[in-house]
Design a protein. Structure first.
Length: 225
């Protein structure tokens, strides 16, 4: 398939530039008519990367509390279908060169719901924080105008790459690259978390201009596509 051949081409360059101890976070979602797309892409990359973690980015969810109350939260995008469920999540595949990258699990940790676990488990060392797991609930922020604020059809909240940075393990000399910059949400995450050096590539000038605006960048080096 053409899109798989194209994926291997750009992913080969991503693998070439990735350090041996680096992380490559690939956010990809399927569609009701093509649900196997994320897995097809992942299988195509087996010769380049090792799948170290599979993260589920949850956009909307309904949970029932212990008292029986149902709580719905998040960004719910309805579809008019008699065949398919609403798709409320996407994948974030954590890919590395060797599958041995040490991560900062508590960098994206959460507090214990049952505080007695803090003393019960020795590995807590008295800290009220545990591994979040691989289900990350991150809703979109409310916006006034999709065309002006979020025109890209496949964007994600800046909080998603922020959590990926923290999971990888922040350090002062981190360098980050996004081969598909879009409207700059990964760059916003890099700026917020204090990434030393960020590189992004985008061929759509309108998206790039919006990324500049979001970042407050006045002078950016442009390259011909």
């Amino acid at each position: 398939m053409d899109y798989l051949r194209w994926t291997i081409q750009w992913a080969t360059q991503a693998q070439r530039t990735l350090s041996d101890n680096g992380s490559f976070f690939l956010n990809i979602g399927g569609s009701p008519s093509h649900p196997l797309l994320p897995h097809e892409v992942l299988l195509a990359l087996r010769g380049l990367f090792v799948l170290q973690n599979t993260i589920h980015w949850i956009k909307a969810i309904t949970v029932k509390t212990r008292s029986g109350e149902e709580i719905s939260a998040g960004h719910f995008k309805p579809i008019n279908s008699k065949r398919y469920l609403n798709n409320c999540h996407e994948y974030v595949f954590h890919l590395t060169k060797h599958g041995t990258k040490k991560i900062d699990r508590l960098g994206v940790g959460v507090a214990y719901a049952d505080k007695s676990n803090i003393a019960r488990w020795g590995h807590t060392k008295g800290r009220d924080k545990r591994c979040r797991g691989n289900n990350w609930y991150i809703p979109y922020q409310t916006i006034q105008s999709r065309d002006a604020q979020r025109p890209h059809p496949a964007t994600f909240p800046p909080e998603l790459p922020e959590m990926c940075i923290r999971l990888h393990g922040w350090r002062s000399n981190l360098v980050m690259l996004d081969p598909f910059l879009g409207i700059g949400h990964s760059a916003l995450a890099a700026k917020k978390t204090g990434i030393r050096e960020f590189w992004g590539f985008e061929i759509e000038q309108d998206y790039f201009a919006l990324a500049e605006e979001k970042l407050g960048v006045r002078e950016v080096r442009h390259s011909a596509a």
